[in-house]
Design a binder for this molecule. Structure first.
Ligand code: PHE
Length: 345
């Protein structure tokens, strides 16, 4: 008798494993057969009394194993089937139904471009330096080799603080060069992003506030070739690996020699002609070797150290990238404009 019930239990375990269940009816049938009040397992519990004493324990353990197997299979199939039927739980709530859409904000296009620029330069060892927007004329102009009679200092171009002749809103991020050079020792390798202000008539092409990124690299033996290679690397990371650059001689009071860098944009479409004024080249940034006077003004020995600096407008890059034709759109906070950048990191 004992041997028979053992076979029965093992068969039962096998049938639990073998049971194929693909819908609710089959699941109900499974529950009735293996877990219901008239289930085979229940009746087998009643057989314990007939099992030989020395095997009772073994039989009990086996029965528990069968019961547990049935329960586990039932529970996991139940969860699985609920998932397939849209998760209708007993409470009538559909737990998988999509919720009310939550509007996810978007990054401002200026931030998107700035983050890319920071990423590109941080990969070659530049760190970010941020400084004040309200400056004094020494850091903004004098230290940067811009004499008092320079037209850039004119009230026409510069916003001075009320009743002040020395406190102003910085007109370029080059003021950060002076701040860093007077507070750090070379080697210096920084980029400085931030807002700048100029007293300009607001139009589709210029604004009284915009953003720049400044770059400064100072060490022993830094050459023009180092600057060129750094800027070529930047242009290719920013505009694609085939991008070509050219440097045109220019003038800035704080660099000598100075240059403006263009990238080759192409001349395929009518837009290309308009944007590049028919040349195919686009001006991206100003740059040059830091003028020895600037180094001296900031307490760095020009006989020992040399360096390069560059500065670029961020809105300009964003306008090119996203084909924005009016700079004012960056400052109007029009959600219809800004939401176009959602999903861009
Ligand atoms: N400060 C310059 C500008 O605002 C850009 C520049 C920065 C040029 C550094 C050369 C070196 O136009």
């Amino acid at each position: 008798m004992s041997a028979d019930v053992f076979v029965w239990v093992k068969d039962l375990l096998q049938s639990i494993h073998d049971a194929r269940i693909s819908n609710q009816e089959e699941l109900d049938a499974f529950r009735v057969r293996f877990l219901g009040t008239k289930s085979e397992i229940k009746s087998l519990f009643g057989e314990i009394k007939n099992v030989d004493n020395d095997r009772k324990k073994e039989f009990g353990l086996l029965l528990n194993e069968v019961k547990q197997a049935a329960e586990e299979k039932y529970e996991s199939l139940k969860t699985l089937l609920e998932g397939q039927t849209g998760g209708q739980s007993d409470s009538g709530l559909d737990l998988t139904a999509p919720c009310e859409p939550i509007a996810i904000g978007s990054r401002h296009p200026v931030s998107i471009i700035l983050n890319q620029i920071i990423g590109i330069f941080s990969r070659i060892g530049f760190t970010v330096a941020e400084e004040r927007e309200i400056e004094d004329d020494w850091h903004n102009f004098t230290a940067m080799n811009t004499p008092p009679d320079h037209p850039a200092r004119d009230m026409q171009d510069t916003f001075y603080l009320k009743d002040s002749t020395t406190q102003l809103l910085r007109t370029h991020t080059s003021s950060v060069q002076a701040r860093i050079m007077t507070s750090q020792k070379p080697p210096i390798r920084i980029i400085a992003p931030g807002r700048v202000y100029r007293n300009e008539t607001i139009s589709s092409r210029s604004h009284c506030q915009f953003h720049q990124v400044e770059g400064l690299y100072i060490d022993e033996g830094v050459s023009f070739a180092d600057m060129k290679q750094t800027l070529l690397y930047f242009a290719r990371e920013m505009y694609g690996p085939q991008t070509n650059i050219r440097l045109r001689p220019s003038f800035f009071p704080f660099t000598e020699p100075s240059a403006e860098m263009d990238v080759y944009w192409g001349l395929k479409t009518e837009d290309d002609y308009r944007i590049t004024k028919g040349s195919g080249w686009l001006e991206i940034l100003g740059c040059g070797m830091v003028d020895p006077n600037v180094l001296e003004n900031c307490g760095i020995d020009p006989a020992k150290y040399s360096g390069f600096a560059f500065g670029m407008g961020i809105e300009r890059q964003a306008m090119l990238r996203y084909k924005v034709t009016d700079i004012r759109q960056f400052f109007e906070n029009d959600a219809r404009f800004l939401s176009q950048f959602s999903g861009v990191i």
